[in-house]
Design a protein around this ligand. Sequence first.
Ligand SMILES: [Zn+2]
Length: 309
Amino acid sequence: MIETLEFINEDFPWFFTSLVFVLGTIVGSFLNVCIYRIPVERSVVFPGSTCACGQPIPWYHNLPILTWLILRGRASCCGAKFSVRYPAIELLTGLLFLASWLTHSPVVAFIGMLYIAFLICSTFIDFDHMIIPDRFSIGGMVIGVVLSIVFPSLHGIDGLPIVENIQGGVISVMGALIGAGLVYWIAVLGEIVFRKPAMGEGDVKFVGFIGAFCGWQGAVFAMFGGALIGSIVLLPILVIGRLLGKGAAEPDAPLIDPVEGEEEEETVEFGAQVPFGPMLAVAGLLYFLGADRYVDAYFADFALSFFGR
Ligand SMILES: [Zn+2]
């Protein structure tokens, strides 16, 4: 069985690669449902997808990306407009799963796909509701520690059985504690300096989750890299968005659920409304998908110059 799979992988490298991409788009389709329903405490399984008009969406109109392209962004039942965000999240998930597959060994790649799925859900829920649900941050942290014990290769550890499992667990727990602790103290200091909460409790737990999967270097990078990425990329976009007015982004109708009232309330002043989670997630993603080499080397250099030889 394994030999057959290895044979397929060697002779048809595109086979698993495209399979992983398709898997990613299917998972992305499910993540759309999670992003939409979990914050409003609804089951992600029942009922199945329905259109905003109440009609159930048949499976052949629920194909990732394809449906949106074939129906040109409109519902087949009533012609309601589907948000471009649905196919965009499916495509994003497909591409990131592909990136995980191409940069890691199969086992670590699949763990990475779980990590990516959690990051995507947390990011878009944070965009929509300014919260990161505990089941993603704390739940993800616990899953990260368990996976690190069972598969220590996640942290590049390869040694004696049991010893390597303990090492994996220690790295993961340390990553979660250092990550969460760092953000906690930055949040406390930020509140003293700026006299308003700079980061939420959700961000503290979220960086703990990143640390559980990526170790303390990944968590520290998520914090500072995220702040840097945020100020370079996201802030200008948000400022331009404010200047152009909110109207441009509004007309997208919800696909799965017509009940939606929160968007109107989010007209609080700019500055208090920038979610930090997405920036943490982008940095956490970059770390996992290749930046880890440079970041780890930087920390090693830093430690060397700090503590001497
Ligand atoms: Zn409809």
